[in-house]
Design a protein around this ligand. Structure first.
Ligand SMILES: [Zn+2]
Ligand SMILES: [Zn+2]
Ligand SMILES: [Zn+2]
Ligand SMILES: [Zn+2]
Ligand SMILES: [Zn+2]
Ligand SMILES: [Zn+2]
Length: 244
């Protein structure tokens, strides 16, 4: 008989999922946000199925009232609502193929990772915190060049900006990637990513954020399940009492 670890359902997938502590070496990708999967996660119980979710992606609210889109709530869709099964994120301009926060009225699509970008960030190479804008800093027809990678940023994409210095960047850190050695390749403490992490790609920035979240969530995963079971047991008991 197989061991009966508790399994849970998620509406994005039609097999039951089970808690999984994802290790970096496994090089897994979250089926929700398409980013690296490390730490507390869920895994499909079917061995032949490669479906994984961050715990944080598992718990994303179905509806998100986001400042970037004040007129309508954004709805979490588990697959892009387009024939191509992909979408272009209106925040960062990149493609997406997993979960998406969508407004069907405006055909607005935002990565679940982009939706949770903080309102201010510290960036290496700039002394002040940068503020998140849901458009280019320039609304007077001036073309906005990212001060990090010097590329033109389309007017409609989100950006981070320091008004004091007129310094702005893409939403995700984009310092020219010089084909960094994979962090975990070099042996030693590959975890000192803080030092060179500032230049990190969008995904490493997000990963760091998610990781911090995960640390706390690690233990909760079990707890939650215990609680759920306890609740159910309680309900059952109540129901029994009623019958008496
Ligand atoms: Zn994820
Ligand atoms: Zn599955
Ligand atoms: Zn995006
Ligand atoms: Zn809308
Ligand atoms: Zn840039
Ligand atoms: Zn500044």
């Amino acid at each position: 008989m197989a061991s009966r670890k508790p399994s849970v359902r998620h509406p994005s997938h039609n097999h039951p999922l089970r808690g999984h502590k994802a290790q970096a070496e496994e090089e897994l990708i979250c089926s929700g946000c398409d980013l690296d999967l490390i730490g507390a996660a869920f895994k499909c119980t079917k061995s032949e199925c490669d479906y994984f979710l961050h715990k944080s992606c598992f718990e994303l609210p179905r509806e998100n009232r986001h400042k970037s889109h004040p007129d309508h709530p954004l709805t979490l869709l588990y697959t892009p609502p387009y024939e191509s099964s992909t979408y272009t994120c209106d925040a960062c301009g990149e493609y997406g193929s997993g979960f998406v926060y969508n407004c069907s009225v405006c055909q607005c699509d935002v990565h679940v990772g982009c939706v949770s970008m903080p309102e201010t960030v510290e960036r290496e190479g700039h002394a002040h915190p940068l503020t998140l804008l849901y458009r280019s800093p320039y609304q007077n027809g001036l073309i906005f060049h990212c001060d990090e990678c010097h590329e033109t940023v389309p007017d409609n994409l989100w950006s981070y900006y320091c008004k004091e210095c007129d310094y702005g960047t893409h939403l995700h850190s984009c310092a020219v990637e010089e084909k960094e050695e994979p962090k975990r390749g070099g042996g030693g403490n590959g975890n000192t990513s803080k030092n060179n992490g500032g230049r990190g790609s969008a995904s490493s920035e997000l990963a760091a954020m998610l990781e911090a979240q995960r640390e706390m969530e690690m233990m909760q995963i079990q707890l939650d399940m215990e609680m759920q079971r306890a609740k159910m047991a309680k309900k059952a008991r109540k129901a029994c009492l009623k019958l008496i």
